[in-house]
Structure formats: structure tokens, C-alpha cells
Write a protein that binds this ligand. Sequence first.
Ligand code: PMP
Ligand code: GLN
Length: 379
Amino acid sequence: LHSKLPKVGTTIFSQISQLAARHQAINLSQGFPDFPADALLLDKLAEYSRQGLNQYAPMPGIAELREQIAMLIQRCYQRDVSAELDVTVTSGATEALFVAISAVVQAGDEVIVFDPAYDSYEPAINLCGATAVHIALQAPGYRIDWQQVAKSITARTKLIIVNSPHNPTGMVFSQADWLALQQLVLQHNLYCISDEVYEHMVFDGAAQLSAHCLPELAQRSFIVSSFGKTFHVTGWKLGYCVAPAALTAEFRKLHQYVTFSSFTPAQYAVAAMLKQRPQQVVGLGAFYQRKRDSFAGLLQHSRFKLLPCQGTYFLLADYSAISDMDDVQFCQWLTTEHKVAAIPLSVFYQSPPNARIIRFCFAKQDSTLQAAAELLCQI
Ligand code: PMP
Ligand code: GLN
């Protein structure tokens, strides 16, 4: 077979999680919580399933959930979106990203992505016959140099993909970042995919901003989020995409043939949760900030040097005081010899910098973070 993705292997998330399981290591690699979701959400899932809501949902998602999503966007960003025309429920943010990319990108196009980049973007771009143009961000702040972005735009540039709060670095866009992005998108007639799956995990009193806050940018954007992150249920694979009606119409043409619709009882359960416990979403930033601070505090006396983290549930650590192994080798060694699994940063780059940095996920019970930190402090 002539591979359409010759450079793609098994994702790092599967590789390291398998290694962690095999070596009984504490898994701080793949990003998922090890604590249960709210009991109401779990009860609702069972309840709706028992009630018989187990058949295909409407293609764009159930109306109740799309209405709750529109209300959430109004509450968080004071933007009015049409539940009927602008919101599509998807099987995780992963599906939304794949469909949005496929809906706008044509063969020969260029798409700007920022390294370290979430690993699902580039294969989707390549399957369209297009090229990803990588702009590398630098430690420790990983800020975007918008003048460099402007210089990377060519007549072929069709789309720019941004991700704030940013996985894996924890960088969060400022208002100036959003304005600079909007200016380039409008000036060059680009489309934007704004991957905002960590939107509710912003720390230290920073404003929760979004492409939703900039009306002209929002007019050219597919804004993607994930209930897996927001409600601690990554395995439910439930997300959504918000885009203006014309873009949503194209998006739905693909969504209807990629999957048609997403897991029905989970849609009802999440709609009930958004209606009955909206404070869960509002409190998510404080919830994860406390975990960030307690994990960082526990690692204070380790030889890892922690990088700033403004959002997400990931924390970067520089291990150059411990080893000069490359980060992939280091993560293998850390998992097999010290029983803590983490993700190497270099896998998210086209041209990896010569850095010694790995990513820990702190979406874990306090006892897990404590146990991991004890092991990490012995190294
Ligand atoms: N984008 C980013 C930046 C992510 O970190 C993730 C989840 N790891 C996704 C998209 C995919 O989200 P989902 O699990 O809802 O498909
Ligand atoms: N988004 C998760 C992470 O960054 C993993 C998702 C996946 O396993 N594909 O760790």
C-alpha cells in the first residue's frame, strides 16, 4: 500500500500510556483525569440510557445540548450564537478539528500551525493534499511573534490553527494575541480554527478570552471545544464546533458522513449537567489551579525546573540538571526506571529544539500527584 501518511506512526499518547501500564508507572503522560466525574453526570447518563435514548441523535446534535452550548458561550463570552445554525456537536474535539480542516483546506493550500503543535492537526492537513507551515515557539514563555507569522503568510495560506490555552506548554493568549490574530485573518482572508478545549482552565486571575470575544475573527472561525476536558470524561469523546452558518453548513456536510451523529445518552447527560451545575464549568480554573500549585509545590525540592503554566492541565519541566538524554529516551527511562510516565516535548515539533523538556499532566487525584512527586524528588 502506498501510505497517505508515510511519516505517521502510533501517537505518542498510545505509546507512553502502554509503556506506563506495562511498567506499572504512574501515568502523568496522556492528558486525562484519574478521578471520577460528577455523580450527577454519571447518573444522568445511566438514566437517559435506561429511558431508551440510545438511538441516533439528530445529525448536528440534540437541540437541548446545542441550546446549552449557546447559553454557555453567552455566559462566558457575551456572544450570541445560533444553536440551530452555528453549533454542531461532534465526537470529541478531534472529530471537530478533522472535519473543520477537511471542510476548508484544498490540495496545494498552506496551513499555519504553531510548534509544539497538538499532533492531530498535521495528518488532517496532509490528507487534504495541503502543507503545514510550522512556526516554532520558544521556551520558556512560548509566545507567538505575530510579525514572524505575517512573514510566513503566502498566497497559498488558507488557514491558521491556534490553540489557547495551549497544549503542551500552558501558554494562554493575551488580548493582544487575539487582536493580532484577527488582524492577520482579516487582512489575508484566512480561515481560523481556534482549538479551545482547555478554555475553562485559565489561572492566576487572567481573563478567559476566546475567538468568541472578537466578532470579526469569529466570523471566519471554527471554534472547537471538548466536554471530555470540561467534565472529566475524556472517554466519552463529546465536543463541539461553533462557526457562522455558512461555515457550519459546510462543516455538517462532512460531519454527517464522518460519523453522522455522536453518542446520544452522553449528549442528554451533558445538557442536563450544563443546565443544573453551570458552576462546575465556572469553577474549573480554580480547581486545576490548586492542583497545579500543589504539584509544583511538591516538586520544589526536585531537580526538575518547572516552566510557567497559565492554563490547561499540563506542566512543563526542564530536566537538564538530571540528564543529557534526549527527551524521548528520558521519558522511557523515567517510566521504566522511576515509574513515572511523562510526554517528551520534541514529538510536537517539525524541527525539535535541542531542549530537555517534558510534559506532566496534573489532572490527577492529590494522592497520585503526591506519589508521583515522591518518586520524582528521588531522581
Ligand atoms: N486539542 C487539544 C489541544 C487537545 O489537547 C485534545 C485532547 N487531548 C484535543 C484537541 C482532542 O479532544 P477530544 O478528546 O475531545 O477529542
Ligand atoms: N489530548 C491528550 C493529551 O494531550 C491526549 C489525546 C490522545 O490521546 N489523543 O495528552
